[in-house]
Design a protein around this ligand. Sequence first.
Ligand SMILES: O=C(O)CCC(=O)C(=O)O
Length: 290
Amino acid sequence: MSDAETARHAGETDPFGRQAQEINRERLISSEADRAEMAGAAAHLAEHGYAVLPDMLDAEGLEAARTALDPINEANRWGVYEFEGKRTKRVYSLLSLSRDFDFMAADRRMIALIESRFGESPVISAAQGMTLHGGQSAQPLHRDDGHYAAPRPRPPFVVSCIWALDDFTADNGATMYVPGSHTGPGDTPPTTPPSQAIVPAGSVFVYDGALWHGGGEARGDSRRRAVNMIYCRPWLRQQENWTVTTPPEEAKHLPKIMQRLFGYWIYGFTLNTAFGTAPLKAHEMLKART
Ligand SMILES: O=C(O)CCC(=O)C(=O)O
């Protein structure tokens, strides 16, 4: 047996073995070809802290996403806190409310880009609809990886992907961001005036979780619909708790990629285990006991 075969065999038979751990850690969801396709965007993201991916949704995809989001927005409350935005319809845990957004979360190009950035597979940290209406003031600049108290500089922890469902303009709240600020130390926002992500509907504005950014000011009778898919490293606690909103009984019917993004997966060899096995298997064991 070659070294690679031995290692692969070990990966299948001894999950506690060193080789198995290495293999698991290096196993990516995306193909090499997809990562090659996203190499330019990955380099821009690494250097400047953001990348714009145009034409990620065609007219049909855009219409489908809008049609799915509109009734959810309609039934949703306005933001209560300044950060949520009082003229914003923010939909939390979007991937647990509808299956219509799975295709964005699991998009092969996005996964390839994020795996290029992390060097390992991500989980979904948060998935939120963010629809700004005229009268919404600019959001305070912040970092999406601010939850994690590890010192900076540090490796990338989070990548956020804002899918624009309307044209993002200077007047309807296009995301503000400070290019290059993802490498800055400390927790004080930079004083450099922010740029704005003026991008057409169907684009994705991707940014490193350490990039200072915030929703822009929305004026007049504008409406800016967007969905933010936020990914994090698989060994970090996710921002939204998917095991509560998409519990095992539902998750077991989902495609493997969604189970994996929600975090129903073992990382390395024992992180996130239950009864010493994978969470969904443990759930079946639990049911068999009752
Ligand atoms: O709406 C946007 O453009 C950005 C929103 C944002 O950064 C947030 O709510 O964390």
